[in-house]
Ligand binder design. Structure first.
Ligand SMILES: *Cc1c(COP(=O)(O)O)cnc(C)c1O
Length: 409
């Protein structure tokens, strides 16, 4: 499938993006996004959209959410200058420390926001999907906090390779359901959560874990995750006295990246660079770099860029980091790449592992394998652009990756 858009239309999309006009009324980010769902879910999505509009505009709700961010999540998270890394790269490197947020990653910003919204909408129970288990843990914690039962769908393959997170979810009171269908990983878990939602659309609330899926999820998740970029901007001005020259974030579905980038989109002097999982190489099936190697198509309710073969069959992916191992990407990223406001690059498994070690040894920070991809790309960029100010979204901590890491030490 090819997009039929000329340069004039593209320039218009760029202008509208900078003016903050997306998503539009139809839930579209230019040609991308939208809502492709079964008829049985239409009432549930209408209710979600109306409720979302009501509460995101409600001063009391937003104040309550910010209170939870401050006192329960531990925000604002620190902005840390990295002196040794800076010296070694020939740059000034700043880290936005989402690894210091409760449960160890940025996922909690969205999970607590949506759990609070679920409560307001009168949901009796919450369902969520998880790949590596990070969103499952964040959802289980958030549901315990607001007092809603939580059921997490997780692929059977992931249950096996992420056992510690399965135990954490259960300890936090969630039920974990093993998904035996499809690829038995994240994509199958999302499909299964959607199916479960169809069976009880009004009493169940589905907390999606990334900036993906049918409208309004990509928008809703962006709203909750933008706290990362809003804080970063303010902290850069306070601590560095200026905005960064370039900002890096890793991209799986794209939630930490859109949260970091969105408040910088209008700052055209700031280069924004998203980093996907390059896996073992550029061949189909060897990576999870949807934007680098994918094509337009519909995946899990949205028109976006996906990894598929010539028959439109969704492709299995590979990445050393479970959190980036997904065959699609949020529709807003598809637009931002298309209009060339954000550049998307990829880092391979080996590069991520090396970057992770360097960060541990220079700054004493064990970052997540997902996040390490952003460091690998930033280092390359710093090589070509000396003496710049670089901001990196440190999306999570790496304790969860110890079993993978110990194989390589
Ligand atoms: C889940 C996860 C990611 C990838 O998800 P996005 O929605 O792309 O942010 C990245 N980093 C960490 C630490 C994660 O847990």
């Amino acid at each position: 499938m090819k997009l039929n858009i000329d340069d004039r239309q593209k320039a218009l999309l760029y202008k509208k993006t900078l003016a903050g006009e997306f998503p539009d009324e139809m839930g579209r980010f230019g040609p991308f996004g939208g809502r492709y769902i079964p008829e049985t879910l239409v009432p549930a999505f209408s209710r979600l959209e109306e409720g979302m509009k009501q509460y995101l505009d409600d001063k009391n709700f937003m104040e309550d959410w910010h209170k939870e961010l401050n006192h329960w999540v531990g925000r604002p998270t620190a902005l840390t200058f990295a002196p040794q890394l800076s010296q070694s790269w020939g740059a000034n490197v700043w880290l936005k420390r989402e690894d210091m947020a409760h449960t160890g990653a940025h996922k909690i910003n969205n999970a607590i926001g949506q759990a609070m919204l679920a409560k307001k909408l009168g949901a009796k129970r919450v369902i969520a999907e998880t790949g590596a288990g990070q969103h499952g843990v964040a959802s289980a914690a958030a549901c315990a906090r607001v007092g809603l039962p939580c059921c997490v769908y997780m692929g059977a393959v992931d249950i096996e390779r992420q056992a510690p997170n399965v135990d954490r979810m259960r300890q936090l009171g969630a039920e974990v359901v093993s998904v035996e269908s499809g690829d038995r990983t994240l994509r199958a878990a999302i499909d299964e959560a959607m199916r479960e939602w169809v069976s009880d659309p009004m009493d169940t609330y589905y907390i999606i874990g990334s900036a993906v899926g049918p409208h309004p999820y990509p928008f809703l998740v962006r709203e909750f995750q933008s706290v990362i970029g809003i804080e970063s901007k303010k902290q850069m001005l306070e601590q560095a006295g200026r905005l960064p020259d370039a900002v890096f974030a890793c991209v799986g579905g794209g939630s930490n990246a859109i949260g970091m980038f969105y408040p910088f989109i209008q700052e055209e002097d700031v280069e924004l660079i998203g980093v996907e999982a390059g896996g073992l190489g550029s061949g189909l099936g060897q990576n999870a770099a949807s934007l680098a190697t994918g094509t337009p198509g519909v995946l899990q309710g949205a028109f976006t860029i996906i990894l598929q073969n010539r028959d439109g069959q969704v492709q299995e992916t590979h990445s050393i980091s479970a959190g980036l191992d997904y065959s699609g990407v949020g529709p807003e990223h598809a637009l931002l790449q298309f209009i060339e406001r954000i550049q998307y690059v990829s880092a391979q498994d080996k590069e991520a592992l090396d970057a992770l070690s360097e960060l541990c040894q220079t700054e004493g920070i064990l970052t997540a394998l997902e996040t390490a991809h952003a460091f690998a790309a930033a280092k390359k960029w710093a090589d070509k652009n000396p003496n710049k100010n670089i901001l990196i979204g440190n999306s999570g901590r790496g304790d969860k990756d110890m079993s993978t890491l110990s194989k390589y030490i």
